[in-house]
Design a protein around this ligand. Sequence first.
Ligand SMILES: Nc1ncnc2c1ncn2[C@@H]1O[C@H](COP(=O)(O)OP(=O)(O)OP(=O)(O)O)[C@@H](O)[C@H]1O
Ligand SMILES: [Mg+2]
Length: 355
Amino acid sequence: MENPFKFGTIVEDEYFTDRVEEVAFIRQFIESANHLILISPRRFGKSSVVEKVVKQSGRKHITVNLQQVTSVADFSAKLLKEFFKVHPLELVRHLITHFRVIPTVSTNPITGAMDVSFQPGVDGTMLIEDVLTLIEKAHTEKDRMIVVLDEFQEICDLAPKFDKQLRAIMQQQKHVNYILLGSQESMMTDIFENKKSPFYHFGQLMRLRKLPRDEFHKYLSERLAGLYASQHHELADAILDYTGCHPYYTQQLAANVWQTGLIKPDTTAPIRSAIDHIVTAHGLDYERLWAVFNRTNKWIMQRLAYGKPLQSGEYRTSTVYSALKRLQKDGYVIYSDHYELEDPFFKEWILASNA
Ligand SMILES: Nc1ncnc2c1ncn2[C@@H]1O[C@H](COP(=O)(O)OP(=O)(O)OP(=O)(O)O)[C@@H](O)[C@H]1O
Ligand SMILES: [Mg+2]
């Protein structure tokens, strides 16, 4: 029997649940001439929800993840490569005649995969301007392209003043809807909400929350029923209690609970067994992470793991606050209505190590 839960990659179709309002909103929004900025902590489902909407729209779209980009020239090449996937080179050859630097386009004869590059040392600003102009020229106001830029906050590190240059070019475009995704809340809000930033109020800001409990419960129990005929409701509740409805960790735990049921059908504690399995599998990673945390970070992580207050007088409030912000930026801590550890299995490991 195939595992009905999926984690780690973009989820679609039967693996995708809820987000009904978000899908409707984004869908309607990209019909307008505006841009959307979607923020959430890591693995909340940004890519999945955007992929769903963009596919549904039937419009031409490309995605580039800024985390994989090493320079402005590389960004330009990656955008162009994605562009050629939806606009075959033969059909747009006449549009690249305006390029000030001609890209090298090659095809791997075995895989058929296309590669695009620019000769090294060329001014990146010129390249990105040419590529974005090409996108603009290939589309119209009635047929706008959707350009999704993932981990957009990385833009700031690409080159000095690049945000300003990019904004200046994007501002001229009328045939593109940008969807900009980011998982670093503070950097993203600084880019789009700070009056001094070139991207100040560039588009509509939207925050993705965890999945609603009722919907997620239904999703889990329906699938668990295939293996756990009598206790699927309780199991779904216990999984959600443990993960706090975090999309990724919920699917991960559910997938392991399912696996446990297959391998050890007589087990009386499938959730405990699945948790132990996951924590053991990641034990080495957790150990390595823990070893490089400084004392303040370790203290904060432990307090959060035990659910104890952070104002205890042990550390100065300002020290705790700035460490907390850093932990949040690095993705170890998330804030919804309170601060909590992002990874429930890391939390489990911390508790077990201190037992
Ligand atoms: N709507 C959903 N229904 C069910 N599971 C979901 C949904 N959205 C996300 N998930 C779960 O969360 C995981 C991460 O989703 P996704 O990659 O879309 O998130 P992300 O926010 O783009 O993550 P990252 O920060 O790593 O880019 C998925 O593999 C899946 O297990
Ligand atoms: Mg993503």
